[in-house]
Structure formats: C-alpha cells, structure tokens
Design a protein around this ligand. Structure first.
Ligand SMILES: Cc1cc2nc3c(=O)[nH]c(=O)nc-3n(C[C@H](O)[C@H](O)[C@H](O)COP(=O)(O)OP(=O)(O)OC[C@H]3O[C@@H](n4cnc5c(N)ncnc54)[C@H](O)[C@@H]3O)c2cc1C
Length: 464
C-alpha cells in the first residue's frame, strides 16, 4: 500500500523521507521517541477530513501535531501510524472586534493572535512561555495556560467554538459548552481541531510589573499567598529559585534578576490605574519591589522568565520539565521535598513556576544515559504533589509521560469511565493511541495492525 496514493490529497502533502520523520519523532519531551510511518501536512479542514477518513478505513493511527512544543510526549508518534502536522493551517481568519472573538486555523501560532488583535485594543490571554512557536490547536488540545492565566483563566475559559474532525473523518462545529469542555484538554484523543473561535480580552488600561527578591523560597511563597489573600488578583505571579536565576542571568535571556536572592517573584498587576496603584502600594509597603519604568523594562523582566526553559539549553544536553499542581498553601513544603529528592539522587534541578496557581515546574537537566533515573524522578515529584492534595498536571497534559501515573489520582472505575468516553468518540482507537489513559504500552497494540501496510513512496526508511 502506498500512503501517498491512499490519501486523497494534493501532491506533496505526504512525506516519508528521513528528514521529515526525524523532525517528528518526538515533541519537546525528548525522553520518548518513535518514528512514524509518514507525516501528512493538510492545508484545509476538508483535507484533514479526507486524510482521517482514508486512514480510518485502514485502521491506521493518527497523531495530530501543532508545533511539537508539548512537554508530556502528547505528539510523540506511533510507529504504525502517521503524524498529522497542522502547521501549514496557520491563518488568522478573522478578528471580530465587536464580539471580541478571533477565528483562527488550528496551526496559527499563539503569539500571532494577540498581534492581530492589538489594533482593536484586544489580546488573547493564554500565553504559554512557548507562545512564539506553539499553536492554538496544541493549546486547545492541552488546555494550556501561561503566566497570565492567574487572572484571565486558561484555554477552557477562552475557547468559544471549534471545528472538529472526528475519528471517521466527519466534520463538526462544536460550540456546546459541555462538549467543548470535553474537547479542550483531550490531547488529540477525541478529534482533530482544525479551526477555533477564541475569546479576546480588552487590553487593560494600566499595568505594572514588579520584581521582588526573597531570602528564602518559603518567604516568596508566603508573599504570593498574602497578596491573593488580600483580595488582589494580579495578572501573573511567577517565581524563579536561585539556581534558575543563575541559569537565566548566564544566558542571552539575562533580565537583571538578583543572583543573591533565594527566590525572585515577578508580579504583574493590571486593570484600571487606580486598581494597579492600590496593589502596587500595598505590595511596596510590605516588601522591597523594583518596578519596571516602561514597556522596554517590562519586556526585559519577562524575557528572563519566558526564556528560563531555553536557558537550560546552555547547561544541559537534555531537559525534562515536570508539571504538577499543589494547593498554594503547600507550595513551600512541596518545593522543599522536591529539592531534597533531587539532592538525594544527585540531580540538577531548578524551579521556575506559576506560583499564583500553585503550578510547579521543576526542570531537571540530564544526559540521555540517565533517562530512566530522570523518569523515576518525575514519578516521585508527581507523587509528592498528589500526596499534598495536588494534581498530575496543571497545563502540559498527561501525554505518554504521565499516563501510567493516572492511578495516583483516579480509581479503576473512574479510569474505566474515561475509557468509555474515549471509545464513544473513537471506537477503533486510532486517535493518538497510547496517550493519556493507561492501557497497552505500544500504540501498535491499540489498533488493528494492517500487515499488508507498507510505505513505498519516497521514504528514507523504506518499507515496514
Ligand atoms: C519553552 C517552553 C515553554 C512552555 N511553557 C508553557 C506554559 O507556560 N504553559 C503551558 O501550558 N504550556 C507550556 N509549554 C508546553 C507547550 O508549549 C503547550 O502544551 C502547547 O500548547 C503545545 O502546543 P503545540 O502546538 O506545540 O502542540 P504539540 O506539542 O504539537 O501537541 C500537543 C498535544 O496536542 C495535540 N494536538 C496538537 N494539535 C492538535 C489539533 N489541532 N487537534 C487535536 N490535537 C492536537 C497533540 O496530539 C498533543 O497531544 C511550554 C513548552 C516549551 C517548550
């Protein structure tokens, strides 16, 4: 069987050459790699539908992919399937200013939405630190967040409707809230998002960005709790520990953070001028805070935080970012236990996190040879957070990374109920198999293996 002939798509949409396969063999969680049979690059919803229909007829798995910045292995391919790369579907179709809505294709890059909305005095609030690359389809699928989701909410609060191609290739316009809440965060297991209508926010009239330094991490966490307990809801409250500050300051993302602090807190407050000044003076009365004087200084302070994961690239060949949530009141305790675990195991670990949401991101530097040890550390960190009343993921999703950890939080009947929901959408199990729910380890076990299947078009890998 020839994949390029099997799929009723214009020429050039299917690639099986080694370069295409290698680029897609993992996402930003490089611990898990697998080479797909082929990569398909659709350009319209109709092409996605036609591809899925043809693949479904042969029981061939489909792994949707945006930019591949995911950190839980959600877009890791399946050796018996294809990757559906939506990166060419990157158009902003319309900005409807009166109804504060953006209509975009799934491959549109997150940061481009706010750029397109800016002339109308609007912006798109969910702002993952990967926003210069990650796509709206990936954001919808992961239920993504970002520093500014403390005040504005995550993707769940910002998706009004999606165009969804189901597991048979049928196209649906989904705007019903309960259905939407299933699709957002479903990590490509319930359907393929091809377009989205997004809620936009008015650009706030005033904003202040503050940098606070603390002698202990516990004091920084207590400051976060105190600010929120007072009733302020800043746009963002982000913490970096001492090691993260050093890493950032040694890199091109240097932001002028104080190296001698045990933790720095980046607080951004927005709203009316009166609201902003009230919060700034309340904070200023309790802690020493450096306030960015203009937009350039604000951008510089954010450069450090948003570039922190990238800064890790200077110190390590590989990096694993764990994403867990704990109640804000347990953040300091969780961090102490995580740091102690890292020290016990001789791991280089830094903390950069969405403190206002209790969303921790321990970053572990490692060499490929240490992959198993690092995966075990991820399990321990997740266990610590769950034991403190937290959750498995705040924003990066379950993917392959945490599918075997689902039992830490959910009992067997709950997992079986989730499996039934998934089957209702995808009875054949071709959409992103082997992800999210515990089950067969290898995607080949999840779907019917078509032994007659063989790639013969152009491929660097030859037939399978
Ligand atoms: C440096 C860095 C910083 C990050 N910071 C943040 C952060 O602050 N907040 C945050 O939430 N995340 C963050 N992330 C994680 C990641 O960027 C997000 O999860 C993002 O939403 C992934 O988008 P993507 O387009 O790269 O999706 P991919 O990685 O390509 O895919 C992610 C998942 O979505 C599925 N998928 C992709 N497109 C579609 C589609 N059209 N239809 C159905 N399913 C689809 C895939 O199958 C996969 O399961 C960061 C990542 C990096 C590398």
């Amino acid at each position: 069987m020839n994949l390029a002939r099997l799929l009723p798509l214009p020429p050039g949409r299917v690639r099986t050459d080694l370069a295409a396969l290698l680029v897609h063999e993992c996402d930003a969680l490089t611990l898990f790699r697998e080479r797909p049979l082929a990569v398909v690059y659709p350009e319209t919803t109709a092409e996605v539908a036609a591809a899925v229909r043809a693949l479904a007829a042969h029981g061939i798995p489909v792994v949707p992919r945006g930019a591949g910045t995911g950190l839980s292995g959600g877009a890791r391919p399946c050796a018996t399937g294809v990757v559906l790369d939506l990166g060419k579907m990157d158009r902003i179709l319309a900005i409807d200013a009166p109804s504060r809505t953006a209509h975009v294709q799934a491959g549109a890059v997150n940061a481009r939405v706010s750029e397109a909305a800016a002339p109308f005095g609007l912006f798109f609030a969910p702002d993952p630190s990967s926003q210069m690359a990650c796509t709206i389809g990936g954001n919808v699928a992961c239920g993504s967040g970002g520093p500014h989701c403390l005040r504005y909410g995550t993707m769940t609060d910002h998706v009004r409707a999606v165009t969804l191609v189901d597991a048979t290739g049928d196209v649906h316009e989904v705007s019903d809230e309960s259905l939407l809440s299933l699709v957002v965060g479903s990590e490509g297991t319930l359907g393929i998002v091809t377009e989205a209508r997004l809620r936009l926010e008015p650009v706030p009239p005033a904003v202040a960005t503050l940098l606070l330094a603390f002698r202990t991490m516990r004091a920084a966490c207590e400051a976060v709790a105190a600010i929120l307990a007072e009733g302020f809801v800043p746009a963002a409250l982000e913490i970096l520990d001492r090691r993260a500050v050093a890493m950032v300051e040694d890199s091109v993302f240097s932001a002028g953070y104080p190296r001698d602090a045990a933790a720095v807190l980046l607080a951004e407050i927005d709203g009316t001028a009166a609201e902003v000044e009230e919060a700034v003076s309340w904070i200023g009365a309790r802690w020493t805070a450096r306030r960015a004087r203009d937009a350039a200084e604000r951008a510089a302070l954010w450069r450090g935080r948003k570039g922190a994961f990238g800064a890790m690239g200077r110190v390590s060949e590989e990096c694993y970012v764990v994403d867990c949530v704990v109640p804000r009141s347990r953040m300091a305790e969780a961090l102490e236990r995580i740091d102690a675990m890292a020290e016990r195991n001789g791991l280089t670990l830094v903390n950069v996190f969405h403190a206002g949401d209790g969303n921790l991101h321990p970053l572990i530097a490692y060499r490929r040879a240490d992959a198993a040890r690092v995966q075990e550390a991820g399990r321990e960190i997740t266990g610590i957070c769950v034991s403190l009343g937290g959750s498995l993921t705040g924003e990066h999703g379950i993917g392959v990374e945490k599918r075997d950890f689902m039992g830490m939080l959910f009992d067997a009947p709950s997992l079986a109920a989730m499996e039934r929901v998934r089957k209702a959408f995808d009875p054949q199990g071709i959409l992103n198999p082997g992800k999210v729910l515990p089950g067969p380890k290898v995607c080949a076990e999840a779907v019917r293996r078509d032994d007659a299947f063989r790639v013969v078009d152009g491929g660097g890998r030859g037939g399978r």
